[in-house]
Design a protein around this ligand. Sequence first.
Ligand code: GTP
Ligand code: MG
Length: 594
Amino acid sequence: MKQDKIRNVAIIAHVDHGKTTLVDQLFKNSGMFRENQEVAERLMDSMDLERERGITITSKNGSYEYNNHWFNIIDTPGHADFGGQVERVLRMADGALLLVDAQEGPMPQTYFVLKKALENHLPVIVVINKIDKPAARCDWVVDEVFDLFVKLNAPDDILDFPIVYTSAKEGYSMTDPDDAKTKTMNMDVISQMIIDHIPAPKGSIDAPLQMQVGTIDYSPYLGRMGIGKVVNGTMSINQPIVVARRDGSIKPVRISKIFRFRADDKEAVETATVGEIVAVAGMEDVTVGVTFTDENDPRPLPMIDIDPPTINMNFIPNDSPFAGKEGKYVTSRHLEERLEREILADVALHFEPLTDSVGYKVSGRGELHLSILIEKMRREGYEFQVTRPQVIFKEEDNKTLEPYERLTVDVDEQYQGAVIEKLGTLKGTLEEMNNENGMARMVFIIPTRGLLGYRSQFMTDTKGMGMMNYVFDGYGPHAGEITNRNNGVMVVKEACTAVAYALFNLQERGKLFIEPGAALYQGQIIGENSRSADLVVNPAKGKKLTNVRAAGSDDAVILTPATIMSLEEYIAYVNDDELVEVTPKSIRLRKKRE
Ligand SMILES: Nc1nc2c(ncn2[C@@H]2O[C@H](COP(=O)(O)OP(=O)(O)OP(=O)(O)O)[C@@H](O)[C@H]2O)c(=O)[nH]1
Ligand SMILES: [Mg+2]
């Protein structure tokens, strides 16, 4: 592969601005799919969890050919909790496409990813996407994007960014949104802009080999593979090389397989040369950040700095009365092995053994970061318990500091008051406010602690119509007491099976999380009390009804449907003296044993 024909491009943006959809179009446009070939929408979102949630969780590599050039594309996640991924894959790129929603404009994560791209001195092409939206306002968005570059002190050559306007969803692009003549029903202009504005990879084919691992992939046949760009030199199968590790040590390895990317897939090759992005097998304990380099002249590349974790949760073996019934991996040893594996691939995640009990303290970049890990583990057959997320404090000059987020909310004006009031009690300070066309955009600086679990409250306060986004802002003074929940809970008195009649009586006291017929244990939490104290309840008490009948008959029992919470909702809900019990089949809430 000719070095000057390669383009390595990262696609970066705020969550949902259309990165993965744009990749679909770039692939389609290259003509590599047969006509009539069934191609999944958002092809690169290949993980089950990504498909279910409609978000990208891990960065992925893909590639296509166009006009005699080879394009390596790196699709990145836009959610702030996965920002660590963006930071480390940018090393593979020689330029970036910055996508911005034509209606929303730049959002907190746009700022974060652009900042990271500029730190890596990457030239940027701005893609204003979703121009098909009726409320699109391209001129305004371009102005805002320009201001963002200025705010981030972009050097002049990068500030002079080219712009393209697209609808990734409908597959068209324009160079001037006001001139229909510039519209084409394809993405040629993007590929051509990449050829023209993003440089070919630098480096020398004759220099000693250097390739730094930016992501890890796993295949059941080949084990773990390191993915990265060959920065200098070449590598071939069976070539003896060394790996320079995080701790500074050097280990000899033999490359067993090399893969290049084609569309969303890989194809085996014999060699890879400078500028190419490849996946390399042959080292079982490969981790992010290591450098594959020449055995006679090892030249490790500098490690990648990653923003530190901001929250942690304890993962402990399940010791509820139902322990071991539903999971395959249940011991502390299993947890340790699994976490060990995870941190090799995810450098934004940390863990350490607890000092006062069995289990591990797991630290990450946000609630979603940790809850996705919990969900992955649960699906793999793990059973364990987690505690309420805690933010990570810092001590400086004998003062306690805590992490703050920059929170942007977009709400209908009628809900503005409610949101300001609630965020005030969570110690948020309003920094900016703009009202336009009945909508308000507000920016708050708020302790990360205040935001934990706030999303569901926000959804209630805005009748599901609001948008909220946040990004790590920095450490600041401890903001004082913040309470996440005002209500007590209903706690089961003794092991039993829930009976409709008893639940019927209990539902007057609050909100129930379970349905009749559920097997329950002592200390399990089955609902929320409408008052602040906890309530010990007996959900088996009362007449044993054989069935639940509709209104009208004598002993009718009408149950309000239970509030079935998702894993994230439980994590947002759980208090300090409680645990979330997670198994492949169930998620339960319980009181810690005294
Ligand atoms: N109207 C419109 N919707 C679009 C367009 N591009 C993408 N979308 C929609 O926006 C949503 C998010 O698209 P994705 O491609 O998953 O966005 P993303 O940037 O990859 O999201 P994350 O990876 O989670 O950050 C999907 O519902 C898409 O169908 C567009 O040009 N116009
Ligand atoms: Mg995506």
